[in-house]
Write a protein that binds this ligand. Structure first.
Ligand SMILES: C[S@@+](CC[C@H](N)C(=O)[O-])C[C@H]1O[C@@H](n2cnc3c(N)ncnc32)[C@H](O)[C@@H]1O
Length: 245
């Protein structure tokens, strides 16, 4: 079983990964970001949608949203979030390596470092190829990850986040000559200790742009934040956008 198939990762650390302030931040981004702008009736696919963090605000803007996730537990949280917000979205359990609905979407998003999970480079490429095939001609794909250049600025600094009476400690380890990242999470609450590890491919802007091009995307652009700012020394994220020819 791949680490990403383990619900202890997503559900066990949901308090840290998906706190209410992230849903509020997603709502702000969808309302203001030129990269996430949707019009009523746009068909949007959120690959690895998690607890509907972006599905809810995108649907609230009038988009017809499909959220895909491998985890039944995450999809249950997504369903509950949609109900609470009073929005309708289609939620599908599928593996992003396999999910394809040809010529069906105006926008595909993959948010909050949900890309690069697979050890086989062909699998990560397959996610982009499938997204390309699922878009209508002229449709766009957006991937939001922590770029290698951004990470290099703060890797190694210990991080601790207080959540719900406990603390989560995060430690990054760079692997295989900066090609992969392992982040170890330790949740300590009273006498309870839980651990998990997340493994991701680390992409520089040039590497992720090349992968988009290999998957068939044109007009590939890199951004450093959701306001559309450049991927430069002030970048906070690596956001890559490509267009289906
Ligand atoms: C970091 S979370 C991000 C969730 C969401 N995009 C957000 O912004 O909150 C990553 C999500 O990827 C999902 N996931 C992991 N492997 C997957 C796969 N092979 N196919 C589809 N979803 C997957 C997990 O279940 C989890 O919900």
């Amino acid at each position: 079983m791949g680490w990403y198939e383990d619900d202890d990762v997503w559900v066990g650390f949901a308090d840290v990964m998906f706190p209410p302030r992230r849903a509020a931040e997603a709502q702000r981004l969808v309302a203001t970001s030129p990269l996430l702008k949707v019009a009523g009736g746009d068909r949007v696919l959120d690959l690895a949608c998690g607890p509907a963090t972006h599905v809810v605000p995108l649907a609230a803007q009038g988009a017809e949203v499909t959220g895909v996730d491998l985890s039944m537990a995450m999809l249950a949280l997504a369903r509950a979030a949609c109900e609470r917000a009073g929005v309708t979205a289609r939620l599908v359990r599928a593996d992003m390596r396999e999910f394809v609905e040809r010529d069906s979407y105006d926008l595909v998003v993959n948010m909050y470092t949900s890309f690069g999970y697979f050890t086989d480079p062909g699998d990560n490429l397959a996610v982009l190829r499938n997204a390309n095939a699922s878009l209508v001609p002229g449709g766009r794909m957006l991937v939001d990850v922590l770029g290698k250049e951004v990470l290099a600025g703060w890797v190694g600094r210990p991080q601790a986040v207080d959540v719900d009476g406990g603390t989560v400690f995060m430690r990054d380890t760079i692997l295989e000559d900066w090609t992969r990242l392992r982040t170890d999470w330790t949740y300590v609450r009273g006498t309870e200790i839980r651990r998990t590890s997340i493994h991701c491919v680390l992409y520089s802007a040039a590497e992720l742009r090349a992968l988009f091009q290999a998957a068939g995307f044109t007009e590939v652009e890199c951004f450093g934040d959701f306001d559309g700012s450049p991927y430069d020394n002030h970048a906070r994220r690596l956001i890559v956008r490509g267009t289906r020819a």
